[in-house]
Write a protein that binds this ligand. Sequence first.
Ligand code: CP3
Length: 356
Amino acid sequence: MSANDRPTGQQQTSTVAESAFLKACRREPVPHTPVWFMRQAGRSLPEYLKVREGIPMLDSCMRPDLVTEITLQPVRRHRVDAAILFSDIVVPLRAIGIDLDIKPGVGPVIAEPIRTRADLQRLRPLEPDDVRYVTESVGALVGELGATPLIGFAGAPFTLASYLVEGGPSRNHEHTKAMMYGDPQLWADLVDRLADITAAFLTLQIEAGASAVQLFDSWVGALAPADYRRSVMPASAKVFDAIAGHGVPRIHFGVGTGELLGLMGEAGADVVGVDWRVPLDEAARRVGPGKALQGNLDPAVLFAPREAVEAKAREVLTAARDLPGHVFNLGHGVLPSIDPDALTRLVEFVHTSTQR
Ligand code: CP3
């Protein structure tokens, strides 16, 4: 069954360009507030666990048949307004030959961390041939999705650098900050190389048919604004500049970024993703004019009873009421142990309570 066999949020519209999601990103009037979820494809779905059985995460990202199926699963089930490509932020790093794995329950683990100038040589540019399976998957999905937009994505230079320098997930980013403060030139060269890889990865997804892209800077909330501006913003801005000419909405997301929202807007995105710690009306003041916002229900709220979820979702919608562009999302990814029906009900709630 393709995603089009079931009614979705875009039932009334007939093209991707007229979808509620892209309209909201462009800050145009919408028929209803569009909604999708970060990490909507994945472990909260039994049909995902079934097709992934016995197949390592990164291997599944390299199989267009699986990528297509897993990307479509949440669109069919929840009737979200956009699909997000099933992949991972470390896919382009592995594609250029970095020895890494995604360990279940842990995250990306790098065999030999990048710590010296000599190590930088291992970060060669990404060529389209390195990730043919991604282009092929995007092409197949665009055919299947019809009027539902596909979001491509990549990791932002800081978040990728943190995994590469630490060698894996990190609470304090010790080695990363040691490099950033101790050898600013090496750090600048590292994030500049990562910006080029990220820009190339996003470009090939856009050229294959992705209707929007999201830059995930998940861990950048670990930085103070002055350090973000000096050491990270130039690399993230380089990514946004490199893809500006394609005219697709560029979304910029991080966690714990309340103090960084203004700078993240300045870095060049069209849509700024907000976690649950800052209400969207306040986030809009911090981001400044001319940007749409995405967010920001606390993902853990979904463990509460339906009435409580709806009350919290209504708070989000009320805070976003006067914004010209709002894409409803969680403030971070779907938690793996959530009941998928809670997500389906939330999509329906957002659609029905914002019908215009
Ligand atoms: O959003 C989606 O549904 C699309 C797919 C997607 C995945 N990873 C699949 C995935 C996206 C957009 C990502 C991005 C990603 N990957 C980020 C940024 C988003 C965020 O959550 O902040 C980060 C930091 C990563 C790195 C990563 N990969 C982590 C932290 C983990 C989780 C480790 C674990 O098992 O707890 C992964 C693995 C991963 N990526 C899974 C999925 C579905 C789980 C793999 C599995 O099924 O075992």
